[in-house]
Design a protein around this ligand. Structure first.
Ligand code: 13P
Length: 237
């Protein structure tokens, strides 16, 4: 399966960052990464001004969230249609940092449907807390999250497994844990859905993580902010 290396910039950067895709394409030209997809998900404001350089550099563009409604009185929100018309083809939904703010599985599923309707591929995020992992309930919780967050009948989506305790902490799940979790996820999502791992993916651990069975790419926070480290991770794929 074609790997997907996805950077999630979260709430970092300023308008000068719209030049980063150009820098990435210089570091790792498209001809050297024909076997994989590279995606950057910047803050929504940067999507439109990044669209041309991403297109030129053969880099995909995504949003970090969208609303489930087509339009309406939702101050501060962006719709899937806006995401699409700004130039993005992917949207992250259900990131744990948003679930922590109250987003439920049902909300995530509604956002995924709204995205798919616009031809935007949702990257549906799941993952357990440290307490759940310690209680040996990680697989049960993640399985329940997937069943409730992936809309019935949706086929074009990406599933991202991000253990909450590994995000931004420098801790990563062991290769065995990732292998076991991704095998379970594969059973649920079927053979055609890309499954990403996320949580402190860095150039130093990328090769091992990306070489694990049923890991079809990575969702990268901190290490995606510098194009050198994003390129090093992409080289490992
Ligand atoms: P870090 O790579 O900074 O741990 O973040 C992972 C993440 O949350 C990507 O969505």
């Amino acid at each position: 399966m074609r790997p997907l290396i996805a950077g999630n910039w979260k709430m970092h950067g300023d308008m000068s960052w719209v030049d980063k895709p150009g820098a990435f394409a210089e570091l790792l030209p498209a001809a050297e990464r024909e076997h994989l997809d590279v995606l950057i998900c910047p803050p929504s404001l940067f999507i439109a001004p990044m669209a041309a350089s991403c297109h030129e550099g053969n880099i995909l563009l995504g949003a970090q969230n969208c609303h489930d409604a087509e339009s309406g009185a939702h101050t501060g929100e962006v719709s899937a249609e806006m995401v699409k018309s700004a130039g993005a083809d992917y949207v992250i939904v259900g990131h744990s940092e948003r679930r922590a703010g109250g987003e439920t599985n049902a909300d995530v599923a509604a956002k995924a449907i709204a995205a798919a309707k616009q031809g935007v591929t949702p990257i549906i995020c799941v993952g357990e807390s440290l307490d759940i992992r310690k209680a040996d309930e990680a697989e049960a919780v993640v399985s329940a999250q997937i069943k409730a967050s992936v809309p019935e009948g949706l086929t074009d989506y990406v599933l991202a497994y991000e253990p909450i305790w590994a995000i931004g902490t420098g801790m990563t799940a062991t290769a065995e844990d990732i292998k076991a979790m991704h095998a379970m996820i594969r059973d649920i999502v079927g053979p055609n859905v890309r499954i990403l791992y996320g949580g402190s993916v860095k150039p130093a651990n990328a090769k091992e993580i990306l070489g694990t069975d049923n890991v079809n790419g990575a969702l990268i926070g901190g290490a995606s902010l510098e194009m050198e480290s994003l390129a090093a991770i992409a080289r490992a794929a």
